[in-house]
Design a binder for this molecule. Structure first.
Ligand SMILES: Nc1ncnc2c1ncn2[C@@H]1O[C@H](COP(=O)(O)OP(=O)(O)OP(=O)(O)O)[C@@H](O)[C@H]1O
Ligand SMILES: Nc1nc2c(ncn2[C@@H]2O[C@H](COP(=O)(O)O)[C@@H](O)[C@H]2O)c(=O)[nH]1
Length: 235
């Protein structure tokens, strides 16, 4: 039966305990997928991811390491692991990162162990990473990866969002805006593209992608055995 689920700002009614339990023969045997979201800075992927994570209990966020300074309100170990350059270099050297890149002047990377453990235990993992990281994940694990590129409605709106966020210096905002033209050229490398005009519609679109990708035939290992039971009726 649907049950109420507490989310930030209230209670959401009518969510199934596990939607996958309701529509898959054997959800427990599934390997997790990697939902990789990229966009120009400020298009909204972090906001969308946070909301989707609240609504999708079977989704885990990959928490990146970064050398970027912590912003007001960011929590170490929740939004990022904030580390220094020496530690970052050591993680690269020791193969602890699944992918890594220099983005807008700082180093970012995905810790390998947490992601591999989540996927192996059947949990889906959400990544908020740039196009360089997405390319590396695609090369390493194409079968597991689903790529989603998020576009802003316009350049003016993107600039407005970066300024309204008010978490970066004017210099940083200008630097990130200067990268937009080259950032957007990467949209054809992704499986899905959405324009984040209406926030709630974007969240629902991401959830729809997740549902469809979870139901892909190759992601349901128990399907063959399940269908086998219907053969006995044929005589
Ligand atoms: N659909 C939307 N309509 C209006 N504002 C939005 C929408 N989506 C996100 N925003 C706002 O835009 C700002 C930038 O969003 P967010 O930080 O999620 O972008 P981002 O793509 O993760 O950026 P970055 O790559 O720099 O981390 C935030 O203030 C957020 O609240
Ligand atoms: N390749 C990677 N890119 C990452 C990772 N974590 C975040 N990012 C991307 O960096 C920019 C800037 O993020 P911000 O938090 O400083 O605004 C943005 O495009 C992120 O998606 C990572 O682990 N690898």
């Amino acid at each position: 039966m649907p049950r109420p689920v507490p989310v930030a700002g209230g209670v959401l009614m009518g969510v199934w305990p596990s939607m996958l339990d309701a529509v898959m023969p054997d959800p427990g045997r599934r390997r997790g997928l990697m939902l990789v979201m990229s966009s120009p800075s400020g298009a909204g992927k972090t906001s969308i991811s946070r909301r989707v994570l609240e609504l999708e209990p079977e989704l885990t966020l990959s928490i990146s390491v970064t050398t970027r300074p912590q912003r007001p309100g960011e929590i170490d170990g929740v939004h990022y692991f904030f580390i220094d350059q020496a530690r970052f270099d050591a993680m690269v050297r020791d193969g602890e990162l699944l992918e890594h890149a220099r983005v807008y002047g700082y180093c970012y990377g995905t810790p390998r162990r947490a992601v591999e453990a989540a996927l192996a235990s059947g949990r889906d993992v959400l990544f908020d990473i740039d196009w360089q990281g997405a390319q590396q994940l695609r090369s390493a694990a194409a079968e597991d990866m689903v790529g989603l590129f998020i576009l802003p409605p316009s350049l003016e709106e993107l600039e407005r969002r970066l300024r309204v966020r008010a978490q970066d210096s004017e210099e940083t905002v200008r630097y990130r805006l200067a990268q937009v033209t080259s950032d957007v050229t990467h949209w054809p490398e992704y499986d899905y593209v959405l324009v984040n005009k209406d926030f709630d519609a974007s969240v629902q679109a991401v959830r729809a992608i997740l549902t469809a990708e979870r139901l892909r035939r190759r992601r349901q290992p128990g399907l063959g055995e399940f269908v086998e039971q219907f053969r006995s009726l044929g005589g």
